[in-house]
Design a protein around this ligand. Structure first.
Ligand code: C2E
Ligand code: CA
Ligand code: CA
Ligand code: CA
Length: 274
C-alpha cells in the first residue's frame, strides 16, 4: 500500500542518514547509559481473572539518570526511536528480562515490548533464539508485545514474527484498537494475544459504548482463538465488569504498579495483589 511504501522509504532514508553522519547526542547518551548500567526494568503483574493470581509480568523500562533521576519511557523512548537506538535498547530489555525471570523459581510468563523498528530487522528471530538459549528461559514463557504502527506493514514483519512464533514465543498486539491496522493485523500475523488499551477500559463503567466495544473485542478474540489482556484496570468496578464480560486476563494499577522484581512478593507467598 501507499502508506507502507512511505514507511519503508522513511526508515531506509533514516538509516542512510545515521550511517552518513555522526551519531546524535541522545544516541551517545543512550549508549553510555547502557554501558553504565543506568537502565532498570520494572515489572507489572498480569492477573488471571478466574483465580485472581499472577500469570506473569510485563517488563517496562526506566532510566535511572545520574542527574535527572528516574525517567519514565515517555521521556526517552521517542528519542531512542528517532535515533534508531530503540532496537538495541529493546534487545537489552529482552535479555535482561529473560535473565531475571529465568532466575526465579516460578513458571510465570514475561512480556517484553518490541518497537516496530526492531521487527524490520531480520536477525530478530536469531536474537530471540540466542537469548532464550543463553538465559535458559522456556520459549513458552516469553511474549513479545508489538504495537501497531503505520511504519511497519504486515508483510514486512510477517516472516520475522512467524519464525519467532514457531519457537513457541507468544505474540501480543499492544494497545489494540488504537493503532493503524488493528483488524488487518489479525488476518495473517501469528497473533496469540491482544492487549486492550486503557482508553477503552477507563470508560467501561460510565459509557455503555465503551463496554460494547470491549465486549465486541472479546467476542472477536474468542472467535479467532486469541487471548485477551485488558490494560489499565484501576478499580474494582472495572474489574467486575471485565470479569462479567468474560475477560480472562487483566493488568493495571488496581492489581499492582510496575516495580523492581526483587521488590515483588514471591508468587506462592502472595495472598493479595500487592
Ligand atoms: P505500554 O506498553 O502500553 O505499557 C503500559 C503503560 O501503562 C505503562 O507505562 C504502565 O506503567 C502504565 N499503566 C499500567 N497500568 C496502569 C493503570 O492502571 N493506570 C495508568 N494510568 N497507567 C497504567 P510506562 O511504564 O510509563 O510505559 C509507557 C510506554 O512506554 C509503554 O506503554 C510502552 O509503549 C513504552 N515502553 C516501556 N518499556 C518499553 C520497552 O522496553 N521498549 C519499548 N519499545 N517500549 C517500552
Ligand atoms: Ca506493552
Ligand atoms: Ca499497552
Ligand atoms: Ca502504550
Amino acid at each position: 500500500s501507499k502508506g507502507a511504501g512511505r514507511g519503508c522509504f522513511h526508515i531506509f532514508e533514516h538509516g542512510m542518514t545515521m550511517e552518513a553522519s555522526h551519531r546524535s547526542t541522545i544516541e551517545l547518551e543512550l549508549m553510555q547509559a547502557i554501558a553504565q548500567d543506568e537502565f532498570v526494568l520494572h515489572y507489572q503483574p498480569i492477573i488471571r481473572t478466574q483465580e485472581e493470581r499472577i500469570s506473569g509480568y510485563e517488563a517496562l523500562i526506566r532510566w535511572n539518570h545520574p542527574r535527572r533521576g528516574l525517567l519514565s519511557p515517555d521521556q526517552f523512548i521517542p528519542a531512542a526511536e528517532e535515533a534508531g537506538f530503540i532496537v538495541e535498547l529493546d534487545r537489552w530489555v529482552l535479555k535482561q528480562a529473560c535473565a531475571e525471570m529465568a532466575n526465579r523459581d516460578d513458571e510465570l510468563s514475561i512480556s517484553v515490548n518490541i518497537s516496530a523498528l526492531g521487527l524490520l530487522r531480520q536477525d530478530l528471530p536469531e536474537f530471540v533464539r540466542t537469548t532464550l538459549a543463553d538465559t535458559g528461559l522456556t520459549p513458552g514463557r516469553l511474549e513479545l508485545e508489538i504495537t501497531e504502527t503505520s511504519r511497519v506493514s504486515e508483510a514486512a514483519c510477517l516472516a520475522t514474527l512467524s519464525q519467532i512464533r514457531n519457537m513457541g514465543v507468544g505474540i501480543a498486539i499492544d494497545d489494540f484498537g488504537t493503532g493503524f491496522a488493528s483488524l488487518s493485523y489479525l488476518i495473517d500475523l501469528p497473533v496469540t494475544r491482544i492487549k486492550l488499551d486503557r482508553r477503552f477500559i477507563s470508560g467501561i463503567v460510565d459509557s455503555p459504548r465503551c463496554l460494547n466495544i470491549v465486549s465486541s473485542a472479546l467476542a472477536l478474540a474468542r472467535c479467532l482463538d486469541i487471548d485477551v489482556t485488558a490494560e489499565g484496570i484501576e478499580n474494582l468496578q472495572q474489574f467486575e465488569l471485565l470479569k462479567a464480560a468474560g475477560c480472562k486476563s487483566v493488568q493495571g494499577y488496581f492489581f499492582g504498579k510496575p516495580q523492581r522484581l526483587d521488590a515483588m512478593v514471591p508468587h506462592h507467598q502472595s495472598h493479595g495483589f500487592n
